[in-house]
Design a protein around this ligand. Sequence first.
Ligand code: HEC
Ligand code: HEC
Length: 245
Amino acid sequence: MRPTKRSACAAAIAVAGIALALAAADAPASGDGATAPKGPSFLDLRRQPPVTGDPQAGKASSAVCSACHGERGIGIAANFPNLAAQPATYLYVQLASFKGGQRSDPIMGPMAASLGEADMRNLAAYYASLPSPPAAEPGATGDLPGGALFNGGDPARGIPPCAGCHGQDGRGPASGGEAGAATPHPPWPTVPRLRGQSGVYVAKALHDFKSGARGNTSNAAIMHGVAGTLEDADIQSLADFVAAK
Ligand code: HEC
Ligand code: HEC
């Protein structure tokens, strides 16, 4: 039988399907079948040097990313994280860990697999250069229940102050200079800012850290310990607090 146009088209779709399946197979094993790939190696970020890149080149290659993360790095729906104003090194490390399989996501795994080292640096530099997402002014959200927990922690339950690493009100580890704010850590470029992040995404991230679904890096290990102290209600109120506009 001669191949018809339709069967050629079906073959093309099948090839695309195989390519996607292969890309998915690069992601860390979720099952335990005999064919499951070996788990990704642990990524030790304690000596990660700050990352720089070319924001203009990043912008030029960001069209595919804007479909979900928005033209200005603000996610077009609540499940797509805002990337704007995150430290470039944090963004780079996330892309590298999606690519390396330490962090697994059915969308971002294949997305990052096609990025080279320079692409990741440039995209990270571009999103880092964009203005931060809209969020409430300092103090304006102070009476939300999550605010006290975020900035002060709960020593009786072993919950550390999130602000110790993520900055006062989640404005980022480099934002300690704001009036009244003091972060015990020096600016640390692999720690994300959280202020104005999507609450849906923040809650998902905390559940992923708690369950260990997001692991395999020294930084994720820190959050695994932190999230283990949180009840579902804490996660919701913390997410509401950082997302407050
Ligand atoms: C089809 C939608 C989609 C596209 C296109 C997409 N992303 Fe994502 N991205 C996501 C989702 C969903 C997540 C959250 C994954 C999770 O929950 O762990 C994410 C997470 C990320 C993160 C981690 C953010 C954080 O706060 O930890 C980075 C960085 C990122 N994407 C960069 C990119 C870049 C760069 C591109 C373009 C090359 C891109 N994404 C394209 C959907 C998308
Ligand atoms: C000791 C430092 C430290 C403390 C305390 C801490 N975090 Fe984190 N947090 C980190 C680091 C480092 C990361 C990056 C993890 C990674 O790369 O996977 C992170 C990541 C996150 C993320 C993922 C953000 C994203 O864009 O994907 C969320 C959400 C988060 N932390 C919330 C919290 C909350 C809420 C608290 C307080 C209950 C808290 N953190 C306390 C260091 C800390």
